[in-house]
Design a protein around this ligand. Structure first.
Ligand code: FE2
Length: 295
């Protein structure tokens, strides 16, 4: 033990220095720095809150239950990070985009690798359940030029707010998912159905915490995108329906002003026929702007 680096016995006043000085010999400087900050902020919180022993045990039990809730299919700690706004904060710090580029938001837990690559215009709604929707736009660079060969990976919930992976055997596999590739004009379009808002899983300790805080578990209706193109930073984002009842209170704080798209209804029998729809339908147009990779 490196005796010179110790700062004496523990007291309420010098608690931070006593604990952090013990880490002086840590080989990983980044870890040492992170633990110094976390210890300082955590002690600060305890000193301000002054929890009773029972309250502190309740906090320990909450974290214990959060861990117990995790398995191969469920990650309750990610959910906790999401509802505390920490996932969005880490996303923001790691995706500072140049002005004019589309903003990112959380990936979420429902992305599936290797969704089928489809011809432009394909209908990704395989069970024809819900209100028809056509989505189109362009993939552009920050100078407004079209990006060719951009790969657009899209996925969304159905008209009841469920992803295919949540309803195995009810929805067809890869329902409401697809991968599209742009041509020289940078345009994309596909058909789907209007997604619905949905709750994050709220049958565990995080859901219980939300209820205790008077919060609901809902995310406003959205479509997920990952857009990749050579020479550009990949973009993980959503577009949202601005008229959704939860647009101003997303449980995971994923909404940004620039990600609001217009979902408008179209009553045009000729166009509906062209699109293979039977009546009125929703139309959404949204361009995405990719940031160039730093040289
Ligand atoms: Fe989602």
């Amino acid at each position: 033990m490196n005796v010179e680096q110790e700062k004496g016995f523990f007291t309420e006043e010098n608690s931070v220095e006593v604990v952090t000085s013990r880490n002086a010999a840590a080989k990983n400087e980044r870890l040492k720095f992170a633990m110094e900050v976390i210890t300082r902020k955590l002690h600060e919180a305890v000193k301000e809150i002054e929890p009773t022993q029972d309250e502190w045990f309740e906090a320990i039990l909450f974290l214990t239950n959060t861990g117990h809730m995790c398995n191969e299919w469920r990650q309750e700690f990610i959910l906790l990070s999401d509802v505390l706004g920490v996932s969005m904060l880490v996303d923001a710090i790691n995706n500072r985009k140049p002005s004019g580029a589309s903003e990112s938001t959380v990936l979420g837990p429902f992305h599936v690798a290797n969704a089928p690559e489809l011809p432009m215009g394909a209908n990704i709604c395989l069970d024809h359940k819900g209100e028809d929707m056509v989505i189109s736009g362009r993939i552009l660079d920050t100078d407004g030029r079209p990006v060719a060969d951009a790969v657009i990976d899209v996925w969304q919930a159905n008209d009841e707010g469920f992803y295919d992976v949540q309803q195995k055997g009810i929805q067809p596999d890869f329902n409401l998912r697809g991968v599209f590739r742009t041509g020289a004009d940078g345009r994309y379009w596909f058909r789907a159905v209007k997604p619905k808002f949905y709750p994050i899983p709220d049958d565990g300790p995080v859901g219980k915490m939300l209820r205790a805080l008077g919060r609901h578990p809902y995310r406003p209706a959205h479509l997920h995108y990952i857009i990749k193109a050579d020479g550009f930073e990949s973009l993980t984002t959503h577009i949202f329906d601005p008229h959704d009842p939860y647009i101003n209170s997303d449980a995971v704080f994923g909404v940004k002003e620039s990600l609001l798209a217009e979902f408008r209804t179209v009553d045009d029998p000729a166009r509906a026929k062209e699109l293979g729809f039977s009546g009125w339908f929703w139309e959404v147009e949204h361009d995405f702007v990719l940031a160039r990779q730093a040289a």
